[in-house]
Design a protein around this ligand. Structure first.
Ligand code: WTA
Length: 646
């Protein structure tokens, strides 16, 4: 059945793509019918030191056990680098584009090999061993990729912390995994502004005695503080070691990395991914979703501090021997043409970005896009949040000249790679829909009582069976892993997202159904922002909700009750917004902050967030039943003083 808004697969793509419609249907069918056979075959996408004979061992009940390829051994850096050297030593692996349009650099596979091996030798020399946790707090420069790959070469577990996070956030993430080494940079550079990364590290490390080694990349050359014995210049260290470093043999289920992400509670959780399954899944999805072929110039605009950067700037593309573009800057610097200029400059043919960037650029009109050629483009992608049909259509028409399909890829830090997405040669598109599940993925839509719904329906999105890229545990807290993801619906992985399935079997992600919000594609827990606010001396209580925001997707709306005797003021409002910025990072700054003499609570003292969300959305006429409130009068004050009147 076709609907009027269906965008068919371009004929040429249907002919040339890895997967056309027929192949999708048959492979999908096989992958569900016989997962062992399907995933056993996909396991060949990576090179094993000792080939696996066991494919899958999964139990979603009880303690929850997830293992893939678990008797195989391999090394991730050898897969991402060494195995390509015979054929493509001189091919560009990383094409770096600086914040300043004058800066760019090609790093070939052989240069990547040398840099990664040297840094791995430095880590070894500094006593870092297999299983140790190394924190990486860096801007988007090739050394960030070297750092991640150097860890994998020696079997150290990396934990990349986004450079926009505050010293406070860094402390939490270092302490949680007890890392003993941090790799950072003097300063980052974004949109012409300097980010004081090393200064943030200095502040954080006063509270992180476990960190004995700090390796510093010189990037801007800005003046920094130095702690003798702890701090070491990256370039000096590299020059003192050899360029040979044999990759360590890792079991498929040995940890590869930890990445902290927000959930419903105040404390971000350390999502743990392991070696074999993650790499197979990243490589497979990168190849099929972006229909990656030799010679493509592929650009994902994410930051390596997020999972998208891990899977689709680094591991997926490099496992496939691709040329991956790494961009240090921002979409609107020096002006709103930057993305499109970079596409022309490097002849990018696959471009993968976030809806928030599209919406921000859309606001600048077509001019900045249309003055560039973009003839090299073949495929566009979207990730991180629902893309509204209006932004989708603009992306398709203005950026892609109606020539390029858009892959709207739905996935999560927890899933390691894309789970629901069109395949460009196989799937007709509907603007705003992530379309169909990838191979081996069994989405189920369930109602509040756990009933699995059939046909066209709407409810909560679960996944009924495992895939190799799935997270294995919450670092150091397996109980929390089982409780967070497998207790709501027995025997299923619960995603935390709401979802609709239409009559054609297309999936439409409707957004989070828990206390996670998505601000400019950045995932944040409302509880995190609340704990930052209540840490301020003048704040008694805080409740944070998301509200629809034209550019960011969701904005942050904070209700704050002050301690007795404190007076609300504009100055205090600014102070509190800055406070959150400092506690968590700029991405968490509340957009709107309302002083509330008290918050709406049930008689048992539970804050009624539903009401706060409605008021934040300016939908206060429709609050539903408020009779269970301890003091219904509170609501009138909140409405009278609401901050969103748009
Ligand atoms: C949301 C980012 C709609 C979703 C890869 C998910 C999306 C959360 C899409 C995970 C999409 C991601 N359409 N929503 N294409 N992609 N999301 O962990 O709510 O930073 O649960 O991973 O982003 O965010 P995370």
């Amino acid at each position: 059945m076709t609907s009027p808004t269906l965008f068919p697969v371009p004929e040429e793509l249907a002919r040339t793509a890895w997967i056309d419609e027929e192949k999708y249907e048959s492979l999908y069918h096989l992958s569900i019918k016989d997962p062992e056979a399907f995933w056993g075959e996909q396991g060949k996408l990576v090179t094993w030191i000792k080939p696996f004979t066991k494919v899958k061992d999964v139990d979603y009940t009880g303690d929850v056990r997830i293992r893939w390829y678990y008797d195989g051994t391999l090394n991730v850096s050898a897969n991402c680098i060494d195995r390509h050297l015979a054929l493509r030593a001189d091919q560009t692996a990383i094409l770096w584009e600086g914040d300043d349009p004058k800066d760019h650099k090609h790093v070939s596979y052989s240069e990547l090999h040398e840099n990664v091996c040297r840094l791995a030798n430095v880590l070894k020399k500094r006593g870092i061993k297999k299983g140790d946790r190394v924190t990486i707090y860096m801007p988007m420069i090739p050394e960030a990729a070297y750092a991640m790959l150097a860890c994998t070469r020696i079997g150290a577990i990396h934990s990349v912390v986004f450079g926009g996070f505050s010293p406070e956030s860094l402390v939490g993430r270092i302490q949680d995994c007890d890392s003993n080494c941090i790799i950072t940079t003097d300063e980052g550079l974004r949109g012409g502004r300097k980010i004081p990364l090393k200064a943030n590290v200095d502040e954080a490390l006063t509270r992180c005695p476990s960190v004995k080694t700090c390796i510093v990349v010189k990037h801007t050359g800005g003046k920094i503080n130095w702690v003798e014995g702890r701090d070491h210049w990256y370039h000096e260290e590299l020059s003192q070691v050899g360029r040979d470093c044999p990759p360590v043999e890792m079991n498929a289920e040995d940890p590869l990395f930890i990445l902290y992400t927000s959930g419903s509670t105040g404390k971000p959780k350390g999502v743990l991914h392991t070696t074999g399954g993650y790499l197979v899944y990243a490589a497979m999805t990168h190849r099929y979703v972006f229909d990656y072929h030799d010679g493509d110039i592929y650009w994902c605009t994410a930051d390596v501090g997020w999972v998208t950067g891990h899977s689709y700037i680094l591991y997926g593309p490099l496992a496939n021997g691709a040329t991956t573009v790494m961009f240090e800057g921002v979409p609107n610097y020096p002006d709103a043409s930057r993305f499109w200029q970079v596409i022309d400059k490097h002849q990018v043919n696959t471009f993968y970005t976030a809806p928030t960037a599209i919406r921000a650029l859309m606001r600048e009109g077509e001019g900045p896009v249309k003055k560039t050629s973009r003839q090299s483009l073949r495929l566009l992608g979207s990730v991180g949040e629902p893309i509204n049909p209006e932004a989708w259509l603009w992306y398709h028409r203005v950026v892609g000249d109606e020539r390029c399909p858009i892959v709207d890829t739905w996935w999560q830090t927890e899933t390691g790679g894309i789970l629901i997405s069109p395949l460009p040669g196989a799937t007709a598109l509907k603007p705003g829909s992530a379309t169909k599940p990838l191979f081996g993925i069994r989405p189920e839509i369930v109602d509040a009582n756990g009933n699995v719904l059939d046909g066209a329906c709407e409810g909560n999105l679960c996944i009924a069976d495992s895939w190799p890229g799935q997270m294995r545990t919450v670092y150091g807290d397996h109980k929390r892993f089982a409780a967070t993801y497998f207790s709501a619906y027995k025997g299923k992985y619960f995603t935390g997202d709401g979802c609709r399935r239409d009559e054609d079997g297309y999936y439409w992600i409707t957004g989070r159904v828990d206390d996670v919000i998505n601000v400019s594609g950045h995932r944040l827990g409302t509880a995190e922002v609340e704990s930052a606010l209540v840490a301020h001396a003048k704040v008694a209580e805080a409740a944070v909700v998301g509200y629809p925001h034209d550019i960011k997707g969701q904005g942050i709306y904070a209700y704050v009750t002050l301690n007795a005797g404190e007076q609300p003021s504009e100055a205090l409002r600014k102070e509190l917004v800055n406070w959150v910025r400092k506690e968590i990072g700029p991405i968490a700054s509340p957009d709107l902050l309302q002083f509330a003499p008290s918050l709406p609570k049930t008689r048992s003292g539970k804050i009624m967030r539903r009401i706060l969300r409605k008021i934040a959305e300016n939908e206060y006429g429709n609050l539903g039943d408020i009779s269970t409130l301890a003091d219904p009068a509170v609501v009138k004050d909140l409405i009278d003083n609401r901050m969103n009147r748009g």
